[in-house]
Design a protein around this ligand. Structure first.
Ligand SMILES: Cc1cc2nc3c(=O)[nH]c(=O)nc-3n(C[C@H](O)[C@H](O)[C@H](O)COP(=O)(O)OP(=O)(O)OC[C@H]3O[C@@H](n4cnc5c(N)ncnc54)[C@H](O)[C@@H]3O)c2cc1C
Ligand code: FES
Length: 533
């Protein structure tokens, strides 16, 4: 075992630079995408795909290549969901520790999970090569590192597990970072790319020959059957099969109980000196992750971390400040060019849920990718498209969306999913954060008590008040204000709404009710509706 480094915290190098005033993702800011039409009228295709992130667009590409007609329905803009707010490390290693994988799925299961992850990385590499995609894809090593002796045991155990599983990994002190590191596991042959540069050529090849891409077209309801019907804004799509590629599934119950929702924060910084060429993630909890990305004529350092459960952090701006302090203590940060945050969906047993949706014959789903959704989103597309095409897929069983891991899941189930019933009841007993709308400053959002009822109130930069029914339209938890993103976030299953109540992230498909001046919405106190899967 290498000699431990000191556990003394690093001190800041001078004053850290300022954060940009608003959030904007590097990937979206550095690419231009065309607009796609809204759905207008009814339509019939072989496969309806709901959601145009890496999952939906990869599935559409694979299915069209196999001769199927597809309709991709995107509620907002293509590749601007979580895929537009990622950090795009491409790793064979998944977020759950190797030891967790072994304990939940056995050594053979863990080996298969890593092989699947490797196959999806190779699938991305093959698309890049076959289609000549310029997206900066390149192979490089990944380092799981302990900064101090506190993380040494973790690193040592991960290394031992990697050896048992036959991975190309070594234990090393030689880590190309400009600050002291106690030890790391070095994984060979990982990769990185610019995800929106990668997806654009795939996307442009989807429309035509009976296939379509629609934007600003939210799917409102999915009826399983022969055929299925997707009721969407603008029309009904009839399809033999449907793929829910919505990141968080639209289900009300079964899958939701096996998922937990976290926000993660990212900065893209200009630094003095070279940006290390590797993928790096540490043993801290929540962990930090680092990589470089070329933008125009410079390479930016992309730093992520400071995760917390969605809707359970009052001061989200503080998370960005903490991340900047972390970066500035370790790198000579000259400026922060971009900052953004988005949601990560954690599965209860460490692996995503892919395949036929529960209680469905023709509806498929891909979700629970955690922080490795570039590879797992691609894997979801590979597995579900094979199932739709009636082909065997060697990983379909391992990732089966209807699986229950009784022991592993049960323990975690209690800690993660206690959120729904607990929030549902506690929210209703909770005191409002302010007694009067007059207490709201410009740029502030709070739950305010108005005539004995709670109102989600936000005062915009012009001083105008936006008052909403705070009851989430998914399953009726109360939303919380997110001050960094100026959104209302639901702590139960991660739905998010803008300050006018419009859905930003599902599973909710309906906007929050607007409260007109002089009236307050009624807040039913009855238990949640019997969910329709
Ligand atoms: C900060 C951060 C860093 C990350 N870093 C990495 C990383 O380094 N490596 C990695 O592999 N993964 C990473 N991830 C995870 C990865 O980015 C995601 O798992 C992945 O992008 C999810 O892709 P998706 O296609 O499933 O979802 P999305 O990209 O969110 O696409 C889903 C789409 O469905 C649409 N939609 C939702 N509801 C409806 C509806 N009712 N009707 C129509 N459309 C709908 C949404 O608008 C959205 O566009 C990171 C995630 C975050 C938040
Ligand atoms: S997201 Fe499910 S209740 Fe809000």
């Amino acid at each position: 075992m290498p000699v431990p480094a000191t556990s003394k915290p690093l001190s800041r190098r001078g004053r850290p630079p300022r954060l940009p005033s608003s959030t904007r993702s590097l990937w979206i800011a550095s690419t231009r995408y065309p607009r796609f039409p809204r759905l207008r009228g009814d339509l019939e295709v072989d496969v309806a795909i709901i959601g145009a992130g890496i999952t939906g667009l990869t599935a559409a590409t694979l299915l069209k290549a196999a001769g199927k007609t597809v309709a991709v329905l995107e509620a907002q803009r293509v590749a601007e969901g979580v895929t537009g707010y990622t950090t795009a490390h491409l790793t064979e290693v998944v977020d759950a520790s190797l030891r967790t994988l072994i304990s939940h799925f056995g050594e053979d299961g863990a080996r298969d999970a890593l092989a699947a992850s490797r196959a999806s990385l190779d699938r991305i590499a093959a698309f890049v090569q076959e289609r000549g995609i310029e997206c900066g894809f390149h192979r490089l090593p990944g380092f799981y590192f302990a900064e101090t002796e506190d993380g040494l045991e973790d690193v040592q155990k991960e290394y031992e597990a990697a050896e048992r599983l036959g991975m190309k990994a070594v234990l090393t002190e030689d880590v190309p970072l400009p600050f002291p590191v106690a030890a790391a596991v070095r994984f060979e042959d990982q990769a990185r790319f610019h995800v929106r540069q990668y997806l654009l050529p795939l996307l442009l090849a989807i429309p035509g020959g009976g296939s379509h891409v629609f934007e600003d077209t939210r799917a409102l309801d999915v009826e399983d059957g022969s055929p299925c019907q997707v009721k969407a804004e603008g029309g009904v799509v009839t399809a033999r099969e449907v793929l829910l590629a919505t990141h968080v599934p639209l289900n009300k119950l079964f899958l939701q109980t096996k998922l937990a929702h976290f926000r993660s924060y990212v900065l893209a910084c200009r630094i003095d000196g070279p940006v290390p060429d590797g993928l790096f993630w540490d043993t801290a909890d929540p962990y930090h992750y680092l990589r470089g990305q070329e933008v125009e004529d410079e390479t930016l350092l992309v730093v992520g971390g400071e995760d917390h459960k969605t809707g359970q952090e009052e001061d989200t701006e503080a998370r960005f400040r903490a991340l900047l302090e972390y970066a500035a203590a370790r790198f000579p940060v000259r400026a922060v060019r971009y900052r953004w945050s988005a949601q990560v969906v954690e599965p209860v047993d460490g692996l995503p849920f892919l395949g036929r949706n529960s209680l469905s014959a023709h509806v498929y789903v891909g979700t629970g990718y955690s922080g490795t959704g570039m590879t797992f989103g691609t894997l979801a597309a590979m597995v579900t498209s094979d199932l739709i095409l009636g082909r065997d897929n060697r990983w379909a069983r391992l990732f089966d969306a209807t699986r229950v891991k009784p022991r592993a899941a049960a323990r975690q189930f209690v800690s993660e999913n206690v959120d729904f019933p607990a929030h549902f009841l506690a929210d209703r007993l909770k005191k409002a954060e302010a007694d009067s709308l007059r207490e709201l400053a410009v740029g502030q959002g709070k739950l305010v008590e108005v005539e004995g009822k709670k109102v989600a109130a936000y005062r915009d930069e012009d001083g105008t008040l936006h008052a909403l029914d705070p009851v989430c339209t998914h399953m009726r938890c109360l939303v919380e204000f997110n001050d960094a993103e100026k959104s209302w976030d639901c702590p139960c299953h991660g739905s998010r709404f803008d300050t006018d109540g419009k859905v930003l992230n599902g599973p909710a498909v309906k906007d929050l009710g607007i409260i007109e001046q002089g009236g307050a919405a009624s807040h039913p106190l009855e238990p949640p509706l019997a969910p329709r899967e």
